[in-house]
Design a protein around this ligand. Structure first.
Ligand code: NAD
Length: 372
């Protein structure tokens, strides 16, 4: 029987390894539903190539409506070589852009957390990474990827000129800044705001607005300003200096990929994209692994489901305020890795790889043990 207090989560499995990792997220949701205080109404809808095959569109109206009527959306991955020749508007990847746009998901959260058992999986020295836990917040709906004017024109002399424009307004900067300060309050209490105020007027505005917001509403949070080029260098030199980093769409695109490399494997990286706070205190939100549909291993049971399971943990923390359950899942993942269990992508010498399903079952068994 459905209880009124149940949380509505829409699971969009998608393509390639999406359905495989979604199976393991479903397994953990079912575990939570049976064992913890909050109940779930988990519904599923089509997205990406799978939706295109069934309905002729990668983001059908029914999926959009399900997303809009939910507390949060959990997405596997979309895309694959069989859809690459389609018109750009029908490509599976357009579905994610459509979701972001229609739900106005302006803050992209990418944690970089290094599990002890994997601290030697990165190309950086383990002593630089051990215990690392930082969060990059990228503004997702503004900046140079959307700014006008844009385009390519042919000049009278026959040469061409390409233009893109970095544009940010006070509300755009402040709403993503507020997400960063609020998150920092629940973490290490420190924000690095990153721009190029030395050479860009929009960067100067970013710096001023973030500083004013902090002084007015978040004086308890430590704020540092840093130029984006220095931040790129500091992330690989001494990543422990960071707690929360907040930056523009363009710089966030680059810096979040650098921070991803700190953790070693795509199969371990969750993400969240958050919208504005509504009047009832809730916000639209999409949670998904950073990785794609991995067609090279799809259907083989080799995919690492941990990025997806950690995306579910982010959903619990940022949309459902179930921090204890989120921590439980993260602890279970850490313990399973400590026990030597590995999927192929994070394999270490002397260990044998396990399947996607085995990893998911092991995480649930560890949840059982921790919750006993
Ligand atoms: P990818 O992330 O799918 O794969 C890159 C490499 O990492 C592959 O070798 C893959 O096997 C491996 N990998 C990825 N996730 C893994 C996991 N969970 N476990 C083990 N190994 C994993 O990126 P790609 O190959 O550039 O793109 C493949 C398809 O995915 C394309 O169609 C692309 O457009 C799409 N894509 C979708 C998303 C998304 O859904 N958000 C993101 C990126 C790419």
């Amino acid at each position: 029987m459905t209880m009124a207090s149940n949380r509505r989560v829409v699971l969009l499995a998608g393509d390639g390894i999406g359905p495989e990792v979604a199976n393991e997220a479903r397994r953990v949701v079912e575990w939570l539903d049976h064992r913890r205080s909050v109940g779930f109404d988990l519904s599923e809808a089509l997205i990406g190539g799978a939706a295109y095959e069934a309905t002729g569109h990668p983001l059908p109206d029914a999926t959009m409506e399900a997303a809009q009527g939910s507390d949060a959306v959990l997405l596997g991955a979309v895309g694959g070589p069989q859809w690459e020749a389609l018109d750009f508007s029908l490509r599976p990847e357009r579905a994610i852009l459509g979701l972001r746009k229609q739900l106005d998901l302006f803050a992209n959260l990418r944690p970089a957390k290094v599990f002890d058992a994997l601290s030697d999986a990165s190309s950086l020295k383990p002593e630089v990474l051990r215990g690392l836990d930082l969060m990059i917040i990228r503004e997702l709906t503004g900046g140079i990827y959307f700014g006008e004017p844009r385009g390519v024109e042919t000049l009278p002399d026959g040469t061409r000129r390409g233009v893109n424009t970095e544009v940010y307004t006070t509300p755009e900067i402040r709403r993503v800044g507020a997400v960063a300060f609020e998150l920092a309050r629940g973490r290490g209490g420190k924000v690095h705001s990153v721009e190029k105020a030395n050479v860009m007027e929009s960067g100067g505005l970013w710096r001023e607005e973030i500083q004013e917001l902090r002084d007015a509403d978040f004086a308890d949070v430590e704020l540092h300003h840093m130029y984006a080029d220095n931040c790129a260098m500091q992330l690989v030199r001494d990543p422990h200096q960071f707690d929360v980093v907040v930056t523009s769409n363009l710089f966030g695109d680059l810096l979040s990929d650098i921070s991803a490399q700190l953790t070693g494997s795509l199969g371990m990286l969750p993400s969240a994209s958050l919208g504005a706070l509504g009047s009832g205190g809730s916000r639209a939100a999409l949670y998904e692994p950073v990785h794609g549909s991995a067609p090279d291993i799809a259907g083989e049971g080799k995919a690492n489901p941990i990025a997806m399971v950690l995306s579910l943990a982010m959903l619990l923390r940022h949309s459902l305020e179930q921090d204890a359950d989120a921590e439980l899942i993260e602890r279970a993942v850490g313990n399973v890795l400590d026990s030597g269990l590995r999927t192929a992508d994070i394999l270490q010498p002397g260990l044998t790889p396990v399947s996607t399903g085995d990893m998911g079952r092991a995480i649930c068994a560890e949840l059982d043990r921790l919750a006993a």
